[in-house]
Design a protein around this ligand. Structure first.
Ligand code: ZN
Length: 413
C-alpha cells in the first residue's frame, strides 16, 4: 500500500495506475495498469487510438528501494491507429525496447557523473550497457535542448583516445561566463572541425570573437575559412606542450648518448622534474633538478630555455611580448639544440597567432583548455568499458557539456 502511495507521489503517469505490489525475497514488483477507458498512444504519431489487443507482460526496472530491486510490470497494448494501422503503444515511462524506466535512467546517469560506469552498474545491479544507455538518453535530451547562443570564445583541442594515432577533436566554449564542452568529433581532420562549424551555424560563427587552438594545420585552415573575423590565438597550454616535448626528446636522445659513451646515467628518473611545472614538484624532484643544473647538459640547457619562455605570458602589452619573443627565439636558434630550434622556428612562423593572445581585451584564462584536456582524459578513463567512439563521446558530453537535464517530477538522488 505504502509503495503505491510513494509511486503515485514521486512518479505519477497520466492514464495509468499502480496496482498490486508483490514483495518477495529481493524484489518489489508493481503491476501497472491502464486507467479504465483510457486509450493508448500510437508509437508513431503519439495520438490516442483504440485498443486492438494486449501483448505479453513486460518488465521495467525502476529505482531500487532499501536494497530491493523494484520492477514495474505491464502488458502493453496494441492500438489501431487510423493512420498507422496496428502498432504497439508508446510507453510513457521507458523508450522503445529499453527495460529501464526513464527516472531510473536519470538516476543512473546522475551517479555516472561521480563513479565509473562499471561501479554504477555494480552498485545498482544493472549491466554496463544499461548505464551506457541511460547516460546516452540524458545526453541526447541535453544536446537537443541546449542553448548555443551568445558564445564569444572557443578552444579547439585534440586528444588521443586510442593507441595508434586515434584522435578526437574537442571544441569548448571558454567564455568567462560559461565554460563547457560543445563538440566531440572523431579524428582530427579538417572535415571533423568543419562538421562542428556546420552544426554551429554561420550566424553564430560570425559572432565568435576569439578562437584558441594549437598549430595543427587542418585546424588553422578551417578556422580561417569559417570564422575569419575571430582572433585566432595559439594557446599557452599548447605552446608549453611543444616546449615540453622538445625537452623530453632532447633528454631521451642525450640519455642514450651518455649510455653509449659510458658516462654515469645522471639523467635517469629525471623526466618529471624536467616537465612538471616548478610549483607542483615534490622535494625529491627539486633536489634532482638542482643536481642536474650543475652539469652542462643539452637537456638542462633545453630545460632552461623552456622555463625562460614562461616569462612571455606575463607581459601586459603586445609590444613587450613581441620584443621578448624576438630575443628568446634568437637565443633558441643559437642553442645548437635541434629540438628547441624546431619549436622556435614554428613559433616565429606563427608569431601572429602567438601575439594575438595580447590583443584580446578580455584576457582568456590560460588554464581553461588545459583544465578541459585533463578532465577529458579522466572522463575517458572513467567510462572505460568498451573503448568505442560512441561511449567516449557520450561520456564526454555528459561530464563536460553542462547539458540541461530531462525534467522529472521528483529528484531521486
Ligand atoms: Zn499513428
Amino acid at each position: 500500500m505504502l509503495i503505491k502511495t510513494l509511486l503515485n507521489r514521486c512518479y505519477p503517469v497520466k492514464g495509468f495506475i499502480y496496482g498490486k505490489v508483490i514483495l518477495n525475497n529481493t524484489r518489489i514488483t508493481v503491476k501497472v495498469k491502464e486507467r479504465k477507458g483510457s486509450q493508448g498512444l500510437c508509437s508513431q504519431c503519439k495520438k490516442a487510438a483504440p485498443t486492438y489487443d494486449h501483448l505479453k507482460e513486460r518488465c521495467f526496472r525502476f529505482i531500487p528501494l532499501w536494497g530491493y530491486l523494484v520492477m514495474l510490470t505491464y502488458r502493453p497494448r496494441r492500438v489501431s491507429c487510423p493512420q498507422h494501422g496496428v502498432t504497439v503503444e508508446h510507453i510513457l515511462w521507458a523508450n522503445g525496447k529499453s527495460p529501464i524506466c526513464t527516472p531510473f535512467k536519470i538516476f543512473l546517469s546522475h551517479w555516472a557523473k561521480y563513479l565509473s560506469w562499471q561501479e554504477v552498474a555494480r552498485q545498482f545491479r544493472v549491466s554496463w550497457k544499461n548505464v551506457f544507455e541511460s547516460v546516452e538518453h540524458v545526453v541526447e535530451y541535453g544536446l537537443k535542448h541546449r542553448n548555443l547562443d551568445n558564445i564569444n570564445a572557443i578552444g579547439i583541442d585534440e586528444i588521443q583516445y586510442l593507441k595508434g594515432h586515434k584522435y578526437l577533436t574537442l571544441v569548448y566554449q571558454i567564455d568567462s561566463a560559461c565554460k563547457r564542452l560543445l563538440f566531440v568529433g572523431r579524428s582530427r581532420s579538417a572535415k571533423t572541425l568543419l562538421r562542428f562549424f556546420i552544426g554551429f551555424g554561420k550566424e553564430r560563427s560570425k559572432q565568435l570573437k576569439a578562437i584558441c587552438s594549437d598549430l595543427w594545420k587542418p585546424y588553422l585552415k578551417v578556422v580561417k575559412r569559417k570564422a575569419p573575423e575571430a582572433i585566432h590565438i595559439l594557446d599557452r597550454f599548447h605552446v608549453m606542450k611543444y616546449l615540453n616535448d622538445a625537452v623530453d626528446e632532447t633528454r631521451r636522445a642525450e640519455t642514450a648518448q651518455l649510455k653509449r659513451d659510458g658516462y654515469e646515467p645522471i639523467l635517469e628518473k629525471s623526466r618529471w622534474c624536467l616537465l612538471k611545472n616548478k610549483r607542483n614538484q615534490k622535494t625529491s624532484q627539486l633536489a634532482k633538478l638542482r643536481e642536474l643544473v650543475q652539469y652542462n647538459l643539452k637537456t638542462v640547457r633545453c630545460y632552461l630555455l623552456k622555463e625562460a619562455f614562461q616569462h612571455f605570458w606575463t607581459y601586459k602589452t603586445r609590444y613587450g611580448a613581441e620584443r621578448f619573443l624576438r630575443t628568446w627565439t634568437t637565443r633558441a636558434m643559437r642553442s645548437r639544440l635541434p629540438e628547441i630550434k624546431k619549436v622556435a622556428k614554428r613559433l616565429r612562423k606563427h608569431q601572429e597567432l602567438l601575439l594575438n593572445y595580447f590583443s584580446v581585451k578580455e584576457r582568456l584564462s590560460n588554464s581553461v583548455v588545459e583544465g578541459f584536456n585533463l578532465k577529458a582524459k579522466l572522463t575517458m578513463r572513467r567510462s572505460f568499458g568498451f573503448r568505442t567512439f560512441k561511449s567516449i563521446e557520450v561520456a564526454l558530453y555528459h561530464t563536460l557539456g553542462k547539458l540541461p537535464e530531462p525534467p522529472i517530477t521528483h529528484r531521486f538522488y
